[in-house]
Design a protein around this ligand. Structure first.
Ligand code: SDX
Length: 429
């Protein structure tokens, strides 16, 4: 017998279905609430509102658990390749050897980007943030593949668009870095695996042949897996709502990139390093910055701390923190920012303000330390997040489209003026 809830309002009783997910989460189905009662719900920031059923990612904020299609993030980060995880998220199952080879080969054969996209990039100043370049150039791909504008394309054409995005985003991401550095771009090498190809495009120079360091490639593989999806986060919700209008997938992903760029979301990884640099420049006085973060009159926040869903350690932060020591030791890097980060974490986790609000380090708190050790500049940190999150965005879009969900169009509670007559300009105060 399915559970039901009763809403008593204005002398009436309305029955509302209660839905239960596979992890025993329960949800009040209000899809017919307005028709039944004239009522809508209001939940600014959607802190208590589910937008969709989904079978892609499960996270338990209280326990700090994260799973992609049922597999734990710990196992996937430890045993899988990023392309295996991308395939799992997008198509729902871990690929067989043949499926992975076909997926990987398809991506390798589409890494080249039309030379006119490079001309568009050349219009950006070197001062342009790589996230703005990335979202603009990914959106521009809709001009080079106009078929993608027709949302009712056959499945194999949708798969081709998915392959093109997986293949071309790393190339364009590396180019956005070269644009910022004022260096000539590198072209993809289809003989290399996904992570090695990206690193080579990022760091090779006409005067310097970049040697792929397996420690760096392995760390990047793990970081991309950890960032691959995170259920209905801000950018995934953006992707779903833009996609619900049946826009081209290229424009949908550009929307996700723009949402991720915000410092409260994926942009936090760059903001964490800038915060640590500021603390270092100020004599490393972490207590002073913890006090600032607690002061409601001070806009300063402890970047990389807190999370909408996790009320425990972000499991990704736990894995990345462990990798930090490992990667820095293997690369022989001694980064003073790591010690400041660890001290800041220790002080915050013992402070009542953070403990009472269940504020813990999130995925962004330590990721920048590893990116720095890999030689990636802080302006590229959120681009790295986008590189990892791409398969998650694609999976969320695909699930929404295959479920034939309606266009997303929330209601509102109007609080403005009631009807009033026009006032001629000469009569206005
Ligand atoms: C990501 O959603 C996802 O899954 C996102 C993500 C993903 O994989 O897609 O996990 C990636 O975006 C991680 C979050 C990165 N952002 C940051 O690190 C920025 C710093 N964190 C905060 O701005 C904040 O914690 C958010 C934005 C992450 C969450 O904000 P919420 O859920 O809206 O919480 P809130 O702002 O209502 O905070 C609740 C209380 C408030 O204090 P009171 O009103 O109770 O007095 O906690 C305080 C906040 O002031 N608070 C902080 C804080 N975060 C929350 N105080 C100081 N420093 C912080 N970082």
């Amino acid at each position: 017998m399915s559970k039901r809830a009763e809403l008593h309002f204005d002398g009436n009783v309305y029955e509302l279905p209660v839905l239960e997910g596979t992890e025993n989460e329960i949800a009040l189905d209000i899809s017919k609430l307005r028709a039944q009662s004239g009522l809508i719900t209001l939940d600014v920031g959607f802190k208590n509102t589910g937008s969709t059923p989904s079978a892609i990612t499960f996270l338990n904020g209280e326990k700090g658990e994260l799973r992609y299609r049922g597999y734990s993030i710990e196992e996937l980060a430890d045993k899988a390749s990023f392309l295996e995880v991308a395939y799992l998220l997008i198509y729902g199952e871990l690929p067989t050897e043949d499926q992975l080879t076909k997926f990987d080969t398809g991506i390798r054969n589409h890494t080249l980007v039309h030379s006119d996209v490079l001309e568009i990039m050349r219009g950006f100043p070197a001062s342009a943030h790589p996230m703005g370049v990335l979202s603009s150039l990914i959106c521009s791909l809709s001009a080079f593949y106009p078929n993608s504008l027709d949302p009712y394309r056959p499945a194999e054409e949708v798969d081709l668009t998915i392959t093109r995005l997986m293949a071309k985003l790393p190339t364009i991401a590396a180019w956005s870095y070269k644009n910022e550095m004022g260096h000539p771009v590198n072209y993809p090498d289809n003989n290399l695996d996904y992570c090695s190809n990206f690193l080579k495009m990022m760091f090779s120079l006409p005067t310097y042949e970049y040697e792929i360091d397996p420690v760096v490639a392995d760390a990047l593989n793990k970081l991309l897996i950890l960032h691959a999806d995170h259920e209905q986060n801000c950018s995934a919700a953006t992707v779903r709502i833009v996609g619900s209008a049946h826009s081209s997938l290229y424009t949908v992903i550009a929307g996700g990139i723009n949402s991720l760029w915000g410092p409260l979301h994926g942009g936090a990884n760059q903001a964490v390093i800038e915060m640590l640099e500021m603390i270092a420049a100020d004599g490393g006085d972490v207590d002073k910055y913890v006090l600032k973060a607690k002061d409601r009159d001070d806009p300063f926040r402890l970047m990389g701390f807190g999370h909408r869903v996790y009320r425990n350690f972000d499991p990704r932060a736990r894995i990345i923190k462990k990798s930090c020591d490992d990667v820095l030791e293997k690369l022989g890097v001694d980064d003073p920012m790591l010690e400041i980060a660890k001290k800041l974490e220790q002080v915050a986790l013992e402070d009542e303000y953070f403990v009472s609000r269940k504020l813990y380090p999130n995925v962004d708190f330590y990721s920048g330390i590893i990116y720095r050790a890999l030689g990636i500049p802080k302006e590229m940190f959120t681009v790295m997040f986008a590189l990892g999150r791409l398969p998650g965005w694609i999976a969320q879009w695909k699930e929404m489209r295959e479920a034939n969900q309606p266009i997303g169009r929330p209601r509102q509670l109007y609080t403005g003026y009631t009807l009033r007559p026009y006032v001629p300009i000469e009569e206005r105060a």
